[in-house]
Design a protein around this ligand. Structure first.
Ligand code: PA5
Length: 423
């Protein structure tokens, strides 16, 4: 499954520190499980994996088969929690899906949208438009543009086969649009916030349509739900991780760098940043979440990591067994002098680079932990999604904030609406 290695915390986090924070973690656990904590109305994600009916997952499979006959690409429209989990999953699994998936509504760039519309204009397109509130500017105006393109090519009856809305059961403009035009729709549960919604129809519908094994994704999360229930810091690595983050934060480590030697983790880290940033960054508090992909970023951020201000801790995400491995070829001339690694696998070299980096960063004053996944598959990703969701809930309660609201994201919207003349 997944493991947490804390060897490189020696001298930064003591067993005394763990003992001292235990009451706060226990109280966070009780607040969460006995529904006593702040923002409890948004804790529907807690028991979500075990409550997803298998019939629902089978139904998605049938829908995917049907859509697969009518469409040769999919456009997933959404932003934040209605985008990142989908992309994180697709990219983590290697990036190539059964039918290609394109993204819209996660920015307002005209060049981006123009390029997308050019790419899909002659294709048999399927669209999943996702917005919990149903009123978010970016996906709403991108959907207008994509819908206009589709309307220029197909009848309303045909559009009903091609457009799927994922939104609130009753509220918001997207629900009204789905009802008015008779588009197929799915409901986002009221009690699950955007950044916790990857295992609701928000993630499951587009991922299933793109051909991802959503049953395994959910199965992995179900295992995590069971595993991370116990209030025992020795046995519960998710709670241990949450506790350690807070200990480090109190000792001045204000920045967490999620790093990985596996580029497919890039969007998982983007998803992580939203989850942790929106959950903890409030009331003047919160660890600043950031990410790096190595060894690429060792050649740009390596200096800062090794030698800059010591206000950082690092969480590596590692994959034990890659899907494919290659061997470094032998070269007769050996002009580059790299025959000493000839015959070794690229993954072996990559893992040595990771071991060297985690040791060097530790010695340079960056405490680090490693979360290892056996494989980069849907099952382990589902487990990891739940691990981080539960960790941020516990971590946020220990920090003393409501991990389930996001009042700060409204500030730019108010100013933007005023500038745009919204009535
Ligand atoms: O976590 C959140 O609630 C937000 O970041 C949302 O995910 C994001 O704003 C998208 O919102 P919506 O799904 O309502 O369009």
């Amino acid at each position: 499954m997944i493991t947490l290695n804390t060897d490189h915390l020696r001298g930064f986090v003591s067993s005394e520190d763990i003992k001292n924070i235990f009451p706060a973690v226990k109280s966070a656990h009780e607040d969460l499980h006995f529904h006593k904590g702040k923002g409890d109305e948004f804790t529907g994600w807690l028991n979500l994996p075990s409550s997803i009916p298998d019939d629902f997952l089978n139904g998605l499979q049938s829908l995917a088969n049907q859509v697969g006959k009518d469409c040769d690409c999919l456009v997933s429209i959404g932003i934040g929690g209605s985008y990142l989990g989908i992309r994180a999953t697709v990219e983590f699994l290697g990036g190539s899906t059964k039918i290609p998936i394109y993204y819209a509504g996660h920015n307002i760039s005209s060049d981006y949208l123009y390029g997308l519309l050019e790419t899909i204009k002659d294709k048999r397109v399927g669209v999943v438009v996702i917005s919990k509130s149903g009123t978010t500017t970016e996906p709403a105006i991108a959907f207008r543009a994509v819908k206009k393109l589709l309307e220029s090519r197909w009848s309303l009856e045909e559009l009903k086969k091609r457009i799927i809305c994922v939104t609130d059961e009753k509220k918001g403009a997207l629900r009204q649009i789905a009802t008015k035009y008779g588009y197929r729709s799915f409901v986002i549960p009221d009690d699950v916030g955007g950044r916790f919604s990857v295992l609701t129809p928000v993630g499951l519908v587009p991922l299933a349509l793109a051909g991802v094994d959503v049953k395994s994704l959910v199965e992995g999360a179900r295992g995590a739900q069971e595993e991370y229930k116990q209030m025992d810091l020795d046995k519960n690595s998710c709670y241990r991780y949450a506790a350690i983050r807070n200990i480090l934060y109190r000792k001045g480590k204000k920045i967490e760098v999620v790093s990985s030697f596996y580029p497919q983790v890039y969007y998982v880290a983007e998803w992580f940043k939203q989850l942790f940033g929106e959950s903890e960054g409030k009331s003047g508090k919160g660890i600043f979440p950031s990410s790096m992909i190595f060894s690429t970023d060792l050649h740009s951020m390596g200096q800062q990591m090794q030698d800059g201000e010591r206000n950082i801790f690092e969480t590596f995400i590692s994959v034990d067994r890659p899907e494919h491995d290659l061997t470094v070829p032998h070269d007769t001339d050996d002009l580059d002098g790299f025959n000493y690694v000839a015959g070794k696998s690229f993954d072996f070299v990559n893992k040595k680079a990771y071991e060297a980096t985690s040791a060097a960063h530790f010695e340079g004053g960056v405490p680090n932990m490693t979360i290892s996944l056996c494989k980069a598959d849907a099952f382990h990703l589902g487990h990891l999604f739940y691990f981080f969701e539960k960790a941020v809930a516990i971590s946020g309660y220990v920090l003393g904030v409501n991990p389930f609201d996001q009042p700060g994201v409204e500030a730019y919207k108010k100013k933007m609406f005023a500038l745009l003349g919204k009535k």
